[in-house]
Ligand binder design. Structure first.
Ligand code: ADP
Length: 367
């Protein structure tokens, strides 16, 4: 069994994964680390996890790490130097990497005698072509601060791309895909022969699609404008990270709520839904152009897997491009093709499983 940990600054999500039996294994979350009433630190939190495992030792531990920078381009066996290097990436991911490092250090203390492997959300995008990875800003400023498009959600997108090849019964190396990971965070990725060639999240996970509380794309002059209007840099960050997206537009960041209100006739929710789907459609068109030939559009994560309304609205009007959603298939369940049988481009729903993908990576390091 592989223990997979997703450690944030105040939470640890964990799942025990049997790589040969995707459905099996306990999971849970320890919350409020370092807060009143919660565990004092990540080590104490992991004691709860250890108790939940009833003292069973996992064969290896996989750690989800959001940002690997330029240094980590594949799953990496953790030693002290690697942990230090992840800590050094904190300026690039101040909200994410410190929690991951705290979780790794606590887990190495708690489960010391098994391999610990870090798996990075950025790694799948490490080989983005330079034309896609480069922002058109002063190259010396970019070099000084490591400013480039890194891309995120890579653990999910890599897994989903591989599963799509199985679903379509085609060799992964032959497929051109647009993968739409639509959860609380949301991203689009163009995948050519199993490799990421363009992706909508950039230097941080703020760019690209509309999200639950994040704006996605906007005019880069806006933060400067708002600061001159009197907001502090951290207020601008807070606005774009936590009070934008669907939450900013209609007061609800959760798609289920947005959809209920929209169906009930709420105009703000209706606009939020339209802005959300319009942005997706724009990216599908752009990435179709980037890829040249498109074999499939793939929906995954909470919204992508569960919202027929979003899937239908996002791809509406693209029939001329060979992209059509069949209403009956769209309303079905599980991993499936939802386009008509003769469609030029397959539209697919493929459930993601990031913990399983991480566990598979860990098994390659086991003796
Ligand atoms: P995370 O990015 O935190 O892993 P998820 O992938 O679980 O998040 O996605 C969460 C999103 O999925 C929320 O916006 C939630 O409303 C949405 N979602 C979950 N189930 C449904 C559903 N049946 N219909 C529409 N949206 C759903």
């Amino acid at each position: 069994m592989i223990l997979v940990l997703n450690s944030g600054s105040s939470t640890i999500k964990y799942r025990l994964v049997d790589p040969d039996d995707p459905g099996a294994g306990d999971k849970g979350v320890v919350e409020r680390i370092g807060e009143p009433g919660g565990p004092a630190d990540h080590t104490e939190a992991l004691r709860t996890v250890f108790d939940d495992l009833r003292g069973d030792r996992p064969d290896g531990v996989g750690h989800r790490v959001v940002h690997g920078g330029d240094r980590f381009v594949r799953p990496t066996l953790l030693d002290d130097a690697a942990v230090d290097a992840i800590r050094d990436l904190t300026p690039l991911a101040p909200l994410h990497n410190p929690g991951a490092v705290a979780g790794i250090e606590a887990a190495r203390r708690t489960f010391g005698d098994v391999p610990h492997v870090a798996v990075f959300d950025t790694a799948f995008h490490a080989d983005l072509p330079p034309a896609a990875a480069t922002y058109a800003i002063d190259r010396e400023v970019a070099a000084r601060y490591g400013i480039r498009r890194y891309g995120f959600h890579g653990i999910s997108v890599g897994y989903v791309a591989a599963r799509t090849a199985v679903l379509l019964d085609r060799p992964p190396g032959e497929l051109n895909l647009v993968v739409l990971h639509l959860g609380n965070g949301a991203s689009a990725t163009a995948v050519h022969g199993g490799r990421s060639v363009e992706t909508s999240m950039g230097f941080t996970p703020l760019e690209g699609l509309v999200m639950g509380t994040r704006s996605g794309d906007l005019d880069p002059a806006l933060p400067g404008f708002l600061q001159r209007a009197g907001m502090s840099p951290s207020e601008v960050d807070g606005l774009l990270q936590h009070r934008s997206g669907m939450a900013g537009l209609c007061g609800a960041g959760d798609m289920r709520t947005v959809d209920e209100r929209r169906v009930a006739g709420d105009a703000a929710a209706n606009l939020a839904f339209d802005v959300y789907c319009h942005r997706i459609r724009k990216y599908v068109g752009a990435y179709h152009a980037t890829l040249g030939r498109l074999d499939a559009v793939v929906f995954t994560a909470g919204i992508g897997e569960n919202s027929p309304a979003v899937r239908a609205a996002s791809l509406a009007g693209l029939d001329g491009w060979g992209i059509t959603v069949d209403p009956d298939r769209n309303n079905g369940k599980g991993m499936r093709v939802i386009s008509p049988p003769d469609a030029r481009v397959a539209v697919c729903v493929v459930p993601t499983d990031e913990e399983h993908a991480i566990a598979e990576a860990v098994t390659t390091f086991l003796p």
